[in-house]
Structure formats: C-alpha cells, structure tokens
Ligand binder design. Structure first.
Ligand SMILES: [Zn+2]
Length: 341
C-alpha cells in the first residue's frame, strides 16, 4: 500500500473561492457578508473535482490513500479575525470530510485550524476536536506563522502553543507544520515562505526542549524538511555547541520529513542523510509545482518515481511508503485496520 501523507484540496469547485472572496470583501463592508448556507457544492461537483484530478493522478502513479487537508495557501490565517478563520476553516474541513466520505478508500482527512494572527491557539481546540471526533481526521496542519510571513508568534517551543500540543497528545495525532500564503512581498509563498518555515520550525525545535514536556508529540516537517537535511552537518554542529543531545535522540523520535522534493538528487540526499524511519512518502500533488520536468519527461511532483529509483532496500521502501505513516498517524493505522487493511 502506498500512503501519500501530504495532499490538499487544491481543486475544490470555484464556488468555494467565490464564497471566500465575498467573506474577505465583507471585512470592509459587513453588509456583504455571505452566509455559510449560501455556499452550495453538490456531491457530484466534489466527485468530479477529485476524480478528474487527484484520484486520476493517484491511479496513474500508483498511490492508494492520501491524507487530505484544505488547500494550505488558502488558509490565509492573517486575513480577518478569529471568527473569519473559524468560519472558513469549518467550511474547508467539512469539504475534506465529504471527500473522505465519497472516497473512503482513497482519502482521509487532516484538519486546518482556525488560527488567527495574534490570537491564543487555544481557540483552535474546538475545531480540532470536531475534526477528530466527528470527521475521523487523523492529523492537523499547524501554522507556525499565522501572520503570513511576518513571524509575530512565539517559537513552536513556547508555552503559547501548548493547548494544541495537549490535544494532540490526548488524541495521538501528529501535526504537519505548514504555513499558508505569504503576505510579505519578500517571501514567495511556495518558493520561499514554505521552505523558510520548514527550516525555521526545525531550528526552533532544535533550540528548545519541547519533547521533554511532550515525549509522544509528532511533527512532520513538509517539503523534505526545508533546508534541514541538506544542512544536517550545520544542525548537528549547532546542537553540539548548544550542549543538546545528538539529533537522533533530541529530535528524531518526534520529527519526520516528507518526500515533497521534486528531483532525484534531492530524494537521494534525503534518504541518505535522514534515517529511513523518519521519512514519509508524500507528493503534495497538484500543488506548488504542477509542470513536467523536461529533463525526465515526468511531473515534478510524481515523487513515487524518485523513491523507486533511490538506493533503498524493499524493507526501507515499505517503511517510506506505508510503515512509517502507520506509526506516525496511529488513527490512520486504526482506521485501516478496521477495514482489514
Ligand atoms: Zn502542503
């Protein structure tokens, strides 16, 4: 079985974006505020948006199940206030839930949180609970920078974030550390802000001792871990100077990297530098990079090819494709086992 742990609903019907545009317009003129009930998307529309996109590509490329969350760049936690984010995240999460109901063998949800810049993360707990208890979601996406590129929140190791971590520990769900769109012109959203955030999150966790307080907490650093694997020597050296334990003891029981790295040498490096137990298959397909690589003739985000071509044993490949995901997402494993998988 091949589990893709990083998929977003980037192909949702246009009505969703139109509703969001009205919600944003209403921040200036509240009379324009759309009601949630005004957003109407039928099951057929959902089915079509998936069957012609993600599901078609999953079949072509041979992946079976995708952990599916709302479109990350559309979370835009910097827009409006908590109520703006709460309404928007509830809508987006419900759509992912409906997709997971329509295609129960192919999609399982991960929640977007109603984070809002400058607002206590404890306010996100109710939506998190609903998504786990009512929707059967198996993970969350946690935005370390709800300001959208201005980095006004404390580091992830700060007690500020503990209400989220307490719930994660209680439900045994991991978080993918995932920023949203950048509203800072210095940082291109997917080319700079995403990769910066991955690297920044890793370094924050290295500097702190968060996993002493939360030994079971699990984070996935997406996009191959940003710069961390490439600069592993730098991080080992910094940890040494800071009198931290070896990275394998300090971080690697709790931090995992996905394979959203869009060329063979990057995957070769990732799987050579990072223990295979800490690498999880993902493509983030129909996401940041949608084109075909002229050097290979294949889609950049067809990451399965790179794992197949990497120098790995069958056992190691099994861990990356399936085994690690079952370990890091215990609720996913449980859901699969109830289906006899
Ligand atoms: Zn993503």
């Amino acid at each position: 079985m091949i589990i893709d742990i990083h998929g977003h609903y980037t192909t949702a019907p246009k009505a969703l974006e139109e509703w969001r545009n009205r919600q944003i317009a209403a921040l200036k003129d509240p009379a324009l505020a759309p009601r949630v009930s005004e957003l109407k998307i039928s099951d057929d529309e959902l089915r079509e948006s998936i069957e012609t996109n993600q599901l078609a590509k999953m079949k072509e490329r041979g992946s079976d199940l995708t952990i599916f969350s709302p479109r990350a760049s559309f979370m835009a936690h910097h827009i409006g206030d908590f109520n703006t984010s709460a309404t928007w995240s509830a809508i987006c999460n419900e759509l992912c839930h409906r997709v997971s109901q329509l295609f129960p063998d192919n999609f399982i949800g991960a929640a977007m949180l109603p984070q809002s810049s400058g607002v206590d993360p404890a306010t996100s707990v109710a939506e998190l609970e609903k998504c786990v208890k009512e929707y059967g979601f198996v993970a969350i996406n946690l935005n370390p920078d709800p300001s959208g590129g201005h980095w006004t929140s404390p580091p992830l190791t700060d007690r500020h974030w503990y209400p989220i971590y307490e719930k994660m520990a209680e439900y045994d769900i991991p978080a993918m550390i995932h920023v949203s769109t950048s509203c800072n012109a210095c940082f291109h959203t997917t080319g700079a802000h995403y990769i910066n955030a991955d690297t920044t999150a890793f370094m924050q966790l290295l500097q702190g001792d968060l996993f002493k307080d939360f030994p079971t907490l699990k984070f996935i650093i997406p996009h191959g871990g940003g710069a961390a694997p490439y600069h592993w020597g730098r991080y080992r050296g910094l940890a040494q100077e800071m009198k931290k334990p070896l990275l394998k003891d300090h971080l690697l029981n709790n931090i995992f990297f996905d394979t959203c790295v869009y060329h063979q040498p990057g995957i070769d490096l990732l799987t050579r530098v990072i223990p295979v137990e800490n690498v999880l298959f993902a493509s983030e397909m129909i996401g940041a990079v949608r084109g075909i690589d002229p050097e290979t003739g294949h889609y950049y985000d067809d990451t399965r090819r790179y794992i197949e071509a990497a120098s790995l044993s069958d056992e190691e490949r099994y861990k990356i494709f399936e085994g690690n995901a079952r370990r890091v997402y215990p609720r996913l494993d449980a859901a699969l086992k109830t289906k006899g998988k």
